[in-house]
Write a protein that binds this ligand. Structure first.
Ligand SMILES: [Fe+2]
Length: 310
């Protein structure tokens, strides 16, 4: 039996310090978010928790690691350079697939000084031709690993203060349909990665993916075996319609959350994909942070995912 194991973690939100506000040039949205970090969020996102979680992933030696966005907090230059170092601590570019979150795109940053520093963690097996209409020529990307195809989307974009919405845009959604059809014909286990949730009601409207109905229509028509997202900062399993049943949509809490107050402590999913005679058997083992015991098993479930009817 062919078995493929991958880890899913999300929203690491690396520490903002030692970045300091310079005053000039800082946009109001960044200022509000910086104050929120100083007042509250820095106590919730802990580097020691994130380091323990990454060490636990390494101990399980998965075949691949999927990270669904929000390394940064307010998109300052230092966050992108430290983000690069953190990605390298997780694994080599070919072993780790990243997609941007809204905090990685809080303001417009020149590609070479921002997301471009993480480029090889977001590059598909085939890179789009220069001049492609797709954002930065990168998205959607496809990385085929064993029986699994990871399809990365970029929903991060600058928004007005107090909003954390995302948008994919026409080019990405249309390209996705063709990609899903092609990969489905090849019999691959298609994992779509997008930072913002796709099912309704997972997050408040001010945090939602504005064109999620359009994305759902493409997924309902062309199918996918699984969708991974971030942004919710809590574990959830939601579903959306596929052409021959439901598509499971999985997310995990922030990988650095120590579980202060009502926040759900850090978790990651170890997903084992097995091809069987009549469909895919998917085992999801959840591991999470406990302040006394470190990273421990916290639950799990099995999904039976049918092959597409072509
Ligand atoms: Fe986040």
């Amino acid at each position: 039996m062919q078995r493929f194991r991958f880890a899913h973690l999300s929203d690491p939100h690396l520490p903002l310090e030692p970045d300091r506000l310079r005053g000039r040039g800082l946009l109001s949205k960044q200022l509000l978010s910086y104050l929120s970090w100083r007042r509250k969020r820095r106590h919730h996102h802990r580097p020691d928790v994130l380091a323990a979680l990454v060490a636990d992933i390494h101990a399980h030696a998965p075949d691949h690691v999927a990270v669904t966005g929000d390394i940064a907090n307010i998109s300052l230059p230092g966050e992108f350079t430290r983000g690069r170092e953190w990605l390298e601590s997780v694994g080599l570019p070919g072993q780790v697939s990243y997609i941007p979150g809204n905090h990685d795109a809080m303001v417009t940053v020149p590609f070479g000084q921002g997301l471009g520093l993480w480029r090889d963690y977001m590059e598909g097996d085939v890179v789009a031709a220069p001049g492609s209409s797709l954002p930065d020529g990168l998205f959607p990307y496809v990385r085929r690993r064993g029986p699994v195809a990871f399809i990365g989307l970029n929903s991060g974009l600058p928004t007005l203060p107090l909003l954390a919405t995302g948008r994919l845009g026409t080019a990405q959604v249309e390209a996705l349909g063709d990609i899903l059809s092609d990969l489905g014909r090849q019999g691959l286990f298609r994992v779509v990665m997008v930072h913002h949730p796709v099912a309704d009601g997972v997050v408040k409207p001010r945090k939602g993916l504005t064109d999620r109905a359009r994305l759902r229509a493409v997924l309902a028509r062309h199918g996918a075996e699984m969708l991974l997202h971030g942004h919710a900062h809590r574990a959830s399993l939601s579903t959306i319609a596929g052409p021959s049943g439901i598509i499971p949509c999985l997310t995990v809490p922030s990988a650095s959350c120590g579980g202060l107050g009502k926040d759900e402590a850090a978790k990651w999913n170890l997903v084992t994909v097995m091809r069987e005679a009549d469909g895919w058997r998917v085992q999801v083992d959840i591991r999470g942070y406990d302040r006394r015991e470190g990273i421990i098993p916290t639950g799990g479930y099995t999904l039976l995912v049918p092959f597409p009817t072509v």
